[in-house]
Design a binder for this molecule. Structure first.
Ligand code: GDP
Length: 300
């Protein structure tokens, strides 16, 4: 975790450094506040949250009168934490209330890191002593099932797959059936993320969900978003949220961008917490999203 924090810090703290530098100017004039806004907007924080943060910060700086760099840092940290949210339930629910495996469905546009995230999550669960079955319901992308199976072999989880271009819902159904038969703790279902038509996606994901729920309720529906895609990612998120009830967000590729502000924007957009972050392509590069660590990495 320390290693991940360091990596997150490297990619993120240009934003925080920038803010702190601006705040430490002799005169916090109108131009400076505008530059602070620009910095937040560049990091994809979003217009409304940016305005809110700057307004609160301005007011607090005004009331406080004197300000030392340390005081400013504390104020900035508090306001960023408020924005990110410290009291949201960020638990990834992998346990069923019933005597059956917990069922987690992973959705998102192709290329965002769905399969990788499913593999990494399996690794975390297996390391936690849980038995995991993987369902390769992304039957659209030819290599997806192979990729998932490779992850499964690597981390010690069995993969249930169907024929290429087969019915995703039937693979998902079989995976859960298999999980129940084996007495597995968790079934993770990787899905396809074609966005060419909303109705197509809606039909497919809706069907996967309905069919899986014949076995029992889904415990978690994770939406995987690529942090580097900015506003595009938000548009995608909205479409998926209309199709299925997202219960958590996984923000991938945070290692490759200083646009961590997307955390704030997407939580606002969907009203769903970011629960996990992807910080690289390797098996250990998935971390729980911790607001304090995130904000500290941000402001260095
Ligand atoms: P899918 O189509 O959504 O299933 O996407 P994949 O899981 O195949 O991932 C697409 C690419 O993104 C692959 O090259 C992954 O290794 C890479 N990737 C996934 N997550 C991360 C991450 O957190 N950081 C980085 N740098 N790359 C990632």
């Amino acid at each position: 975790l320390v290693r991940l924090r360091a990596r997150l810090a490297r990619s993120q703290n240009s934003l925080g450094k920038g803010l702190l530098t601006l705040l430490s100017r002799e005169h916090l004039d109108e131009d400076t506040w505008e530059e602070i806004e620009d910095t937040l907007l560049t990091a994809d924080v979003g217009v409304t949250p940016t305005q809110e943060l700057v307004e609160r910060l301005r007011e607090r700086v005004r009331v406080l009168g004197t300000r030392t760099p340390q005081e400013l840092r504390t104020l900035l940290r508090e306001e960023l934490l408020t924005l990110v949210g410290t009291d949201l339930d960020r638990t990834v629910h992998t346990e069923s209330d019933l005597d059956t495996p917990g069922i987690v469905m992973v959705v998102g546009v192709n290329g965002t890191g769905k399969t990788t995230t499913t593999g990494k999550l399996a690794r975390v669960l297996v390391a936690d002593g849980k038995s995991v079955v993987l369902g390769a319901a992304d039957t659209f992308r030819a290599a997806a099932a192979d990729q998932l199976q490779t992850w499964g072999e690597r981390v010690g989880a069995r993969t249930v797959r169907g024929p290429e271009a087969g019915d995703p819902a039937s693979v998902a159904y079989d995976a859960v059936k298999e999980g129940i038969a084996e007495g597995a703790d968790v079934v993770l279902i990787d899905t396809a993320g074609r966005l060419h038509t909303k109705t197509g996606l809606m039909d497919e994901l809706g069907k996967v969900k309905r069919v899986v729920e014949k076995h029992g309720p889904l415990d978690e529906i994770l939406l995987v978003l690529d942090a580097t895609t900015g506003q595009n990612g938000l548009v995608q998120a909205r479409v998926f949220a209309e199709v299925v009830d997202i219960t958590g967000i996984v923000l991938t590729k945070l290692d490759g961008t200083a646009k961590g502000g997307i955390v704030v924007a997407v939580q606002r957009e969907l009203g769903v917490p970011v629960k996990l972050v992807g910080l690289g392509e390797g098996p250990d590069d998935l971390a729980p999203f911790e607001p304090e660590a995130f904000v500290d990495a941000l402001i260095g």
